[in-house]
Design a binder for this molecule. Structure first.
Ligand SMILES: CC(C)(COP(=O)(O)OP(=O)(O)OC[C@H]1O[C@@H](n2cnc3c(N)ncnc32)[C@H](O)[C@@H]1OP(=O)(O)O)[C@@H](O)C(=O)NCCC(=O)NCCS
Length: 172
């Protein structure tokens, strides 16, 4: 079952994120890894700043979550995590699909450049990587993350975003 999460799910979301983020250990740059990967305070701040989580429940328990955040004229997908033991069963795909129904705006997603599986996951659902220059601009414009994270991340965008860019170029 897919459902929108609220503040009462904070502890479960925290647990899912920190279980799933183990995938990054030894893969992302060492200076970007920490344990827990995301603290309760960071998570609470993200939710207070407008990240709305949706989750997938199995036997009345959340096993995967993904956040959505509306920023200016785009929608960001933030913090996509499925419990390690529950991966590769299509849960990520289902949550991604419900998030996409929540917006009519272009969608952007940022992930670690080294997280090849995450890049492949989004590409499978029609997202494409933006150029390195666009990536830097987008991360500075729509995200609040440190410079080092900008350096070590990639941004993928949906069709709507690329179409809007093309229109801007042809209107110019
Ligand atoms: C990225 C992530 C959220 C995807 O969640 P997921 O539930 O495993 O996603 P899905 O099952 O929909 O798809 C993952 C893969 O399993 C495959 N799959 C889906 N259903 C399947 C099934 N029934 N049998 C076998 N494989 C299946 C998909 O085709 C996909 O293959 P790919 O790796 O070649 O793209 C998850 O891997 C995760 O939490 N990773 C760690 C954190 C992370 O990287 N987050 C992204 C940050 S933005």
């Amino acid at each position: 079952m897919l459902r929108k999460c609220d503040s009462s799910d904070l502890e479960t979301i925290y647990s899912i994120i920190n279980d799933a983020a183990q995938a990054y250990k030894g893969i992302i740059p060492t200076d970007r890894w920490k344990e827990p990967y995301m603290s309760r305070e960071e998570l609470r701040r993200e939710m207070d700043e407008g990240v709305i989580f949706w989750g997938y429940e199995e036997d009345h328990e959340l096993v995967g979550v993904m956040g959505i955040q509306h920023v200016q004229e785009v929608t960001l997908i933030r913090h996509a995590y499925v419990r390690t033991a529950k991966r590769h069963h299509g849960i990520g795909a289902r949550v991604l699909s419900v998030l996409r129904e929540q917006t009519t705006h272009p969608i952007l997603v940022g992930t670690w450049a080294d997280a090849a599986w995450a890049i492949r996951f989004y590409e499978k659902y029609g997202f494409r990587r933006v150029s390195p220059k666009e990536k830097d601009q987008l991360l500075r414009r729509y995200w609040s993350i440190p410079e080092r994270q900008i350096e070590t991340s990639v941004v993928l965008a949906d069709r709507k975003w690329f179409d809007a860019c093309q229109r801007e170029v042809s209107d110019a």
